[in-house]
Design a protein around this ligand. Sequence first.
Ligand code: FES
Ligand code: FES
Length: 159
Amino acid sequence: MDLKINDQFYSSQAEPSDMLLWVIRDELGLTGTKFGCGAGICGACTIHVDGVAMRSCVTPAAAAEGKAITTVEGLATTQDDSERLHPVQEAFIEAQVPQCAWCMNGQMMTALAFLQANPKPSDDEITAAMGNNYCRCGCYVRIKVAVARAAELMEQANG
Ligand code: FES
Ligand code: FES
């Protein structure tokens, strides 16, 4: 099947029932999407399908056929031959969020989908939106700081 990931088309040998996480990581080599629980619980494997945050470990490839998949590799852009990080990435770096960093790409993908739907969230809304993404290092306070900062940076970027 053909999969559109980060605005590029990939020809995949995956069966329709294969989970997207393994197609993306093992077959296509986009290893920014992480394996945590494999059961749809932790959020480490979060990607976007048509802009909606999905847990790729429990999402079959067939569910994304003909749709636009975005992984963390698709967040940064290139301008004038240099890479420009997405405001969400900038905010997570600025807040020095990660410890081991394993959960971070899923955290950022969840945050981005949330902020695209709710550009000016309250603290309580951030807490609720991020509450189902686990961080075994316990970086929850800094994650919330980073999401609030990302909202500011995205607003600035959007003029
Ligand atoms: S690895 Fe997919 S939700 Fe944990
Ligand atoms: S930074 Fe280690 S699991 Fe979140």
